[in-house]
Design a protein around this ligand. Sequence first.
Ligand code: GLY
Length: 383
Amino acid sequence: MEDYKVWAEGVLQKVREKMDWCSEKNRDKIPYTTDGLGNYDDRSDETKEWSIDNGINWWTNGFWGGIMWLLYQDTKKEKYADIARISEQKLAKCFEIYYGLHHDVGFMFLPTAVADYRLTGNKEAKRLAMHGANLLAGRFNPAGNFIRAWNQTGNDDTRGWAIIDCMFNISLLYWASEESGDPRFRHIAMRHADTTLNNFIRPDGSVRHIVEFDPETGDMVKSYGGQGYEEGSAWTRGQGWAVYGFANSYAHTGKQEYLDAAKRCAHYCIANLPESGIIPVDFRQPKEPAWEDSCGACVIAGGLLEIAKHVPELEKDMYVNAAVKILKAIAETRADWGKDCDAIVKNCTSAYHSPEHHFTMVYADYYFIEALYKLTGTGILLW
Ligand code: GLY
């Protein structure tokens, strides 16, 4: 067996031990981050339905369920399916509330309802996921061939905003077409992916976070630095959404341009990978303060491993080696394996300019665990 598989299996053993108690401790929650005492918070509060930041509509609310399904398919322990379904049932409430829902229904329902349906054939889960896909399709603007990202928040007119992260959400549309036999979801996904390819990916493989289109004419208006350092920079998690997202689009459609785009963004990441394997928040941020984003690191690693599945044998090593370097840096220097903290992955950052840096984020744990299963070849693809 390859060395990296042995290594990943050793780390997965620590994941299994941690998730065994952590899943039960947090079974009724939908966590995002840990508090000062290392306890998970809970974003499943329906009374906060209008707030995309705190309530049931919070975009990361699918990842706890996703971790449970990853552990379920590995261990076959029913408790993980039970806990995953607690998240799924709480998320169902989003459709009743409707207001506040956004393009991140993909991130929310692929690792929960779609995973449930794929693994167990649960028809109720399929109904929920199809509901999400229809909602996502309804956000498509044919004038510019893009999916609108966020709803109106603050003073920004976001009607024409698309963001790189959506490359993950469109997997819900691919799934809906594959499941229903109706190609219109896939057509929307591919139009959005084409728009992203043409307007977000720079010639050097770095990626824009937010691009604004005129919602009436579809013309590109401008781009924004978003969660990265500044306009023109390279937000690392956005690089990850592009690398992994285009690889997913290739897997669903076979369109060569998507794999080429994923590789171009991946090569930019590999060329800028620090010797330490520790990923900054932005590849073009100043040297100090040295803000890190372990979450972006895990997303990039997952994307590199996804590309490795689709390239000739001779090319695989470059992607796998870079992913292993990143994951080793996390497992050996940025992971908490103890009982004092519910999360595993430390030093995540939501946005370069946000006041807080270096905290835990549940989706960092998700992508870390998922990448380990990719290395051992025993995982399921939820995207
Ligand atoms: N999708 C938002 C983020 O990556 O923070």
